[in-house]
Design a protein around this ligand. Structure first.
Ligand SMILES: [Zn+2]
Length: 106
């Protein structure tokens, strides 16, 4: 098993886990259950996702990148060009790279 991603909190870890499962990538969440040891400092407060099948590592990492990118874009209002795939700021209605109108497509 490979450690895939360390999440900021359990909600984020769970969302990502669900997302990866939709893509047929199985993960297990470890880490946030380890706190609460008797008098010891918690080794790791953050929940981490571990990949069940190592051979899916490249794809899983790529999917996480995509997921994070989409999350940032939906927050800022930026959109992704349907033609060339570039990320375009919210203030633009055509792609800065290839001039494809994109906003209404979303
Ligand atoms: Zn474009």
């Amino acid at each position: 098993m490979q450690k895939l991603y360390e999440a900021a909190d359990r909600v984020e870890a769970q969302m990502l886990k669900d997302y990866l499962e939709e893509q047929n990538i199985a993960t297990v969440m470890l880490g946030d259950f380890l706190s609460g040891g008797a008098g010891e400092l918690p080794a790791n407060l953050f929940p981490a996702l571990w990949l069940v099948k190592d051979e899916q590592l490249t794809r899983a990492k790529w999917l996480i990148d995509e997921y994070m990118q989409n999350k940032i874009e939906s927050k800022s209002g930026a959109w992704r060009c349907p033609s060339c795939g570039e990320s375009v700021d919210a203030g633009f209605e055509i792609c800065w790279n290839c001039s494809t109108p994109g906003k209404k497509v979303k």
